[in-house]
Design a binder for this molecule. Structure first.
Ligand code: SF4
Length: 260
């Protein structure tokens, strides 16, 4: 034995303290609450829509346009580009080439310098010139108000077609799914999908059809002002207590791993 040290008693395992009944009951209640939580419950969806109406009552398409054709072109140019940049480019573009016939007469390379600053200008030039030619060849130079026909135009997929149908023709055929709608629909648990086509189908089931056009405008504005991709401004967000997104920056409710 080392001098000056008293032998230690072996440590006895502390008996587990019984769980207070109140805590157990609370946990059981919480589990039941989580089990019964349905992110697609009509009451929750209505609440989300009402708050969006309060936040963004009269929002419209942010791309400047004076005709269906201008909106087709602006939407094609907006891929991977900000609407602000597109709105800087289109006034000069439409002054130079006022009709689809003017665009159809170009070779794609002729258009490239005019739209270079929007990015991906080679593909976009091909799409715009191709869409103009198709419009003249098959639709008498008029933009059709029909999803299937719109989808035959080069460079036009469902997102562009939905923008044109909703914002120009006032037809709610689908829901615009851009990068903001994609991100925020997942954060709000309106979908668990990652593919824009599947997200659109989920939103068409969850949101009443008379709200499809306005909803996408509102969500796009929300994505620009508050629910931005990195560090959303949750502390300022009126949807906060309905939102369980895993990447919230501030929260008064449980955050769900699935909601992101
Ligand atoms: S609380 Fe945050 S993550 Fe949720 S919708 Fe609002 S800004 Fe987006």
């Amino acid at each position: 034995m080392v001098r000056g040290k008293t032998p230690r008693k072996p440590l006895r395992k502390a008996a587990k303290a019984p769980k207070p009944k109140e805590v157990t009951a609370k946990r059981a209640g919480k589990t039941a609450l989580l089990k019964s939580y349905n992110p697609l419950a009509p009451a929750r969806i209505n609440d989300i829509l009402q708050r969006l109406d309060g936040l963004y009552p009269n929002v419209t398409c942010a791309l400047h346009h004076k005709s269906a054709w201008e909106l087709v072109v602006a939407t094609i140019l907006s891929a991977q580009c900000t609407d602000v940049r597109v709105n800087m480019v289109t006034p000069g573009l439409f002054a130079k080439y006022p009709t689809p016939q003017h665009f159809a007469a170009l070779e794609p390379e002729d258009l490239e310098p005019d739209i270079r600053s929007t990015g991906f200008f080679r593909n976009k030039s091909k799409s715009v010139v191709g869409a103009a030619r198709k419009l003249i060849a098959d639709f008498g130079g008029q933009v059709p108000d029909d999803m299937d026909k719109l989808l035959t135009l080069p460079g036009v997929a469902r997102k562009t077609a939905n923008v044109v149908l909703g914002s120009w023709f006032g037809k709610a055929v689908g829901v615009v799914v851009d990068t903001h709608v994609h991100r925020i629909s997942r954060r709000l648990e309106l979908t668990t999908n990652d593919d824009p086509g599947k997200i659109e189908q989920d939103l068409m089931k969850a949101i009443p059809q008379n709200k499809w056009i306005l909803f996408s405008h509102q969500i796009i504005h929300h994505g620009r002002s508050l629910c931005i991709a990195r560090k959303p401004k949750c502390v300022d967000c009126p949807l906060e207590n309905l939102c369980h997104a895993a990447d919230k920056t501030w929260s008064t409710v449980d955050m769900h791993k699935g909601a992101q």
